[in-house]
Design a protein around this ligand. Structure first.
Ligand SMILES: *Cc1c(COP(=O)(O)O)cnc(C)c1O
Length: 387
């Protein structure tokens, strides 16, 4: 028999499963705000990033439908060829106004936005300073760029200060890159301190606002705005796929930065533009997010209550500050069992395991949405505390 060139996968994946790390895709059926059907049962969905409950909002759906009828579903080409429609143009303008920056450009996803931006800004001979808990796409961007990657302990500003001092004069350009809100811990980066370091060491500062946009800060303008340093963060990356309920990534900044990215960011140049209906849906969601601040307020009130009750009951929710509430468990198998128990009680809460989070820190990741009812949260608390 011929050798099987993919045979090595069997042994590797057996070892992976052995450690409780195997994953699989599980399809869901009907999805309404805050709920999702699984195997014929409607579950309360605490596993999404649809923070404002806009992904299935009828107004968002209607905007997508209208645009699909006028422009088709697919963009048909990359943005610089013929894929850039007036839906993309007006979304960019809306986002620039919302972000209070000169310009915005769009990417196929938040992942692509970070990858494309970092590789357009740094290369060999440069350095990227990254928080240990940064999202994978920031790390991958630095690696792909061929820049020296310096990882500092989570939110440890004084350690970063030390590293930057040691590196002084060694690199052509420096970029500090951080999540504004950490995706698996829900805590905020110390952005005012990072902005100070960026100034002192003449480094560029990139903040990934994937979980900040629409949720944190005045008018939901993000974690940098919440820390009062929005104008000092010269590269703000965001996604349309979380609070804005659509798909796609964006970068907000000066016209100079955006023009550079349009010319140099490869995932923007060599990938098909977002479907115009996705852009129109995001514009509509952005308008709703601004017109209905109760969504954001409700989200923060619910998550404060959840955190308080869980902490009182002895759970470790870390330094979470918004709608992402982690419940630290530790061993992957135990985390999976707890998730299974919650699911049997009607609550969908994902078990997050390594390598998504560091070894020994497997957790439940509760994601709240403005679409959740108070009873949903009470029910989850009862299920977790065993009452
Ligand atoms: C989800 C996420 C991304 C990726 O955004 P997509 O639009 O889903 O590709 C990037 N950064 C962080 C911190 C995220 O949580």
């Amino acid at each position: 028999m011929a050798a099987d060139p993919l045979g090595w996968i069997d042994a590797e994946s057996a070892a992976w499963s052995q450690r409780g790390l195997a994953r699989r895709l599980a399809p869901h059926g009907t999805a309404i705000p805050g709920r999702q059907e699984r195997d014929g049962r409607m579950l309360v969905n605490f596993g999404s990033n649809d923070y404002l409950g806009l992904a299935a909002d009828p107004r968002v759906i209607a905007a997508a439908v209208r645009t699909a009828e006028l422009q088709g579903w697919g963009a048909g080409a990359s943005p610089l060829v013929t894929g850039w429609s007036n839906a993309h143009q007006s979304l960019s303008a809306d986002l620039a106004q919302f972000e209070q920056t000169e310009a915005v450009t769009l990417f196929p996803s938040g992942f692509a936005a970070n990858l494309g931006t970092i590789t357009a800004l740094v290369g060999p001979g440069d350095a990227v300073y990254a928080d240990r808990l940064n999202h994978a796409c920031l790390i991958d961007g630095a690696r792909l760029a061929g820049a020296r990657l310096r990882v500092y302990p989570h939110n440890d500003v004084s350690r970063l200060d030390t590293i930057l001092q040691r590196d002084r004069g060694r690199f052509r350009r420096s970029l500090i890159a951080t999540d504004g809100v950490f995706s698996m811990d829900g805590d905020l980066a110390p952005l005012a301190d990072l902005a100070d370091l960026a100034d002192r060491f003449e480094a560029m500062l990139l903040v990934d606002e994937a979980h900040g946009t629409g949720v944190f800060g005045p008018d939901g303008r993000g974690s940098a705005a919440a820390c009062g340093v929005a104008e000092r963060v010269s590269i703000r990356v965001g996604t349309l796929s979380k609070a804005l309920g659509s798909v796609g990534g964006f970068v907000a900044g000066s016209q100079r930065l955006i023009d550079w990215l349009i010319n140099r960011a490869r995932p923007l140049i060599y990938s098909t533009a977002l479907p115009p209906p996705a852009a129109a849906a995001a514009s509509q969601a952005l308008a709703i997010a601004q017109a209905e601040p109760w969504r954001r307020e409700r989200l923060h009130a619910m998550s404060a209550r959840l955190r308080q009750v869980l902490t009182t009951s002895g759970f470790d929710v870390g330094a979470s500050a918004g709608p992402i509430v982690p419940v630290l468990i530790g061993p992957p198998q135990q985390t999976l069992q707890l998730a299974e128990r919650l699911r049997n009680r009607g609550f969908l809460v994902p078990a997050i395991r390594p390598p998504t989070v560091p070894e020994g820190t497997a957790r439940l990741r509760i994601g709240l949405s403005a679409a959740h009812h108070d009873d949903d949260v009470s029910g989850l608390i009862d299920a977790l505390t065993g009452s």
